[in-house]
Design a protein. Structure first.
Length: 129
């Protein structure tokens, strides 16, 4: 989870094995209802848990039935959402420079959370400096 204003990583959460992004959010993270969550399409199911969430609009099968102005409005809204999320994606990319999240982690599972949080601390420190 990243704070968009300060560009700092607030918290991290891990599951053993493979888990869907939405499942991790629903089962472990608690976000205040007044906080706006900007998420990518991997978190699409969290509207049921957190009503104040914003996603890109999916392309619908019946796009031919939409008028040109509706299609343009959807494109503009998607562009606004993605431009807001770019800062967040850049911060996540900074953590991947350390290759702990990019490749398969082959060390002890017990130390993964500690090491990843240390890397997040380094990334937060770089943002301040």
């Amino acid at each position: 989870m990243v704070d968009k204003k300060t560009e700092r990583i607030i918290c991290t959460e891990f599951f053993n094995g493979k888990a869907h992004d939405g499942t991790i959010f629903k089962t472990t993270l608690a976000v205040l209802k007044d906080i706006l969550v900007l998420a990518d399409s991997g978190y699409r199911g969290i509207q049921k848990v957190h009503a104040n969430s914003l996603f890109p609009i999916k392309r619908k099968e019946d796009i031919k039935n939409l008028s040109e102005s509706e299609r343009t409005d959807q494109r503009i809204k998607n562009k606004e959402i993605s431009s807001e999320r770019m800062k967040i994606e850049h911060i996540i990319g900074r953590t991947k420079r350390f290759n702990i999240a990019k490749n398969q982690y082959r060390n002890g599972r017990k130390n993964f959370g500690l090491r990843y949080n240390l890397i997040c601390g380094i990334v937060n420190y770089e943002n301040v400096a």
